[in-house]
Design a protein around this ligand. Structure first.
Ligand SMILES: NC(=O)c1ccc[n+]([C@@H]2O[C@H](COP(=O)([O-])OP(=O)(O)OC[C@H]3O[C@@H](n4cnc5c(N)ncnc54)[C@H](OP(=O)(O)O)[C@@H]3O)[C@@H](O)[C@H]2O)c1
Length: 248
């Protein structure tokens, strides 16, 4: 059993998740790099390890009860507490295909596919619920654990009610649900000193949007890392970007 501070980031073999792993490892956490695919996960972890960082691949498909349970068992056999959990894994099926030549999202809600929406919710909403529940004993064993849910501006109902926001029903509403899940866990876990917040990383160049986003993964990881390192007494049950609180 190690006494180091431990962090777990889901969906971390690439994109914002991988950069979050790098940042947390640089802050001296041992970081478990969650990834569903062995080759992609091991390759990403090895590359960060080669940078001198304490990073280890953890097999973790957030859409699978069995995979999440097995991952929690593996980690619990190795460490006695988890200080940071970042629920980052996310999907947006059909999003890239719905982008027009000008980069604007063009698919109306009435044409969204229900199967895609169910898959999106399974990863983006039930994934964080599964993982948070499975790792709760380890999080409770930490004196002041931090949980960050990687949300999106598209989860904000306040923004969606303005005409400027793209009308992305499945993905956007999954992040609205994730915001509600964030608040629910924050209320339950506050008496245990666990702070739970949602982060909006901004429109970032990753595979999720065929690299159409204007921000870098370094910029995106900023608010996520900040919410993992909140001092006791800081906010919980909130929704933030790097400039401060966001309207739900
Ligand atoms: N990029 C943006 O503009 C943006 C904006 C707001 C919020 N976000 C959010 O940021 C988070 C990271 O997205 P990203 O932009 O970095 O996208 P990305 O590069 O496509 O990375 C998504 C990650 O999630 C993983 N993943 C997907 N399904 C999974 C599952 N069932 N179990 C475990 N891992 C799974 C992917 O693994 P595979 O390689 O195996 O598919 C990948 O590692 C997501 O929650 C996304 O919604 C992104």
């Amino acid at each position: 059993m190690t006494t180091r501070k431990n962090a777990l980031v889901t969906g971390a073999n690439k994109g914002i998740g991988r950069e979050t792993v790098r940042r947390l490892a640089a802050l001296d956490y041992k970081v478990w790099l969650g990834a569903r695919d062995a080759e992609r996960g091991e390759t990403a972890a090895q590359a960060l390890h080669d940078e001198g960082l304490d990073v280890e691949w953890l097999a973790l498909d957030v859409a699978s009860d069995d995979s999440v349970a097995a991952a929690a068992k593996t980690v619990a056999a190795r460490i006695s507490s988890l200080e940071v959990l970042v629920n980052n894994a996310g999907i947006a099926p059909g999003y890239v295909e719905a982008l027009g030549p000008d980069g604007r999202y063009q698919r109306p809600p009435s044409q969204e596919d229900i199967a895609d929406m169910k898959a999106t919710y399974d990863v983006n909403v039930f994934g964080p619920v599964r993982v948070t529940r499975a790792f709760l004993p380890l999080l409770l064993a930490s004196p002041a654990a931090r949980i960050v849910m990687v949300s999106s501006y598209l989860g904000s109902l306040a923004r969606a009610s303005g005409s400027q926001s793209p009308n992305v029903m499945g993905y956007g509403s999954s992040k609205t649900a994730l915001n509600a899940v964030t608040l629910a866990f924050a209320r339950e876990l506050a008496p245990h000193g666990i702070m739970v917040n949602a982060a909006a990383p901004g429109y970032t160049a990753t595979d999720l949007n065929a690299h159409r986003g204007g921000r870098t993964v370094q910029q995106a990881a900023e608010i996520i890392v900040r919410l993992t390192t909140l001092e006791p007494g800081g906010p919980t049950g909130g929704y933030f970007d790097e400039n401060g609180p966001l309207p739900w």
